[in-house]
Design a binder for this molecule. Structure first.
Ligand SMILES: [Zn+2]
Length: 169
């Protein structure tokens, strides 16, 4: 089973895939604890300024060398909106505010497995982007002629943004 842990988090016993609680799951052969597998929540941002969208060129896998929305995993204890502000700042050096949820979608992205992406748009503050963290470049592109996006989910989020834009700010 994908990304299945090998050992029990409760007792350290060996896990075995068996039918439990409605489907096949890793279950501890020692204490019987079920190791539930859940998708990982991520955030991604469509940030548009003067009809240009801010993208980052990824310097890590997955999607190494490809362009994508500023995005990343939520950290424990963060609200999605705070994850978004943090990721945007880390990857582009820019502050954003007033995040608005566009859509939620999911995808299998190796090596992480099943991820759920909360796609936002937000107001991006002034200043030139400076790439950081796992971004090699950060740049604004014309909305109608930007590089292809690395992930299916990022394309879906962009499409949702564009479908709702009658008066882009
Ligand atoms: Zn156990």
């Amino acid at each position: 089973m994908h990304n299945s842990p090998a050992f029990c988090a409760g007792c350290g016993g060996k896990l075995k895939i068996i039918f439990a609680d409605g489907r096949e799951r890793p279950v501890c052969t020692n204490c019987g604890l079920i190791a539930y597998l859940n998708p990982l929540p991520c955030v991604a941002a469509v940030l548009v300024r003067d009809s240009r969208v801010l993208l980052v060129k990824r310097n890590i896998e997955p999607g190494l060398g490809e362009w994508g929305l500023p995005a990343g995993f939520m950290e424990w204890g963060e609200t999605p909106e705070n994850s978004l502000r943090r990721e945007v700042l880390e990857e582009t050096g820019l502050h954003c505010d007033s995040p608005r949820l566009l859509t939620v979608c999911s995808e299998i992205i190796e090596p992480y497995g099943h991820v759920v992406i909360l796609g936002y748009t937000a107001h991006v503050n002034s200043g030139e982007p400076v790439p950081g963290d796992d971004a090699a470049e950060a740049e604004f592109f014309d909305l109608d002629s930007h590089p292809a996006l690395a992930f299916v989910t990022h394309k879906q989020i962009m499409k949702t943004y564009l479908s709702g834009v009658s008066n882009p700010k």
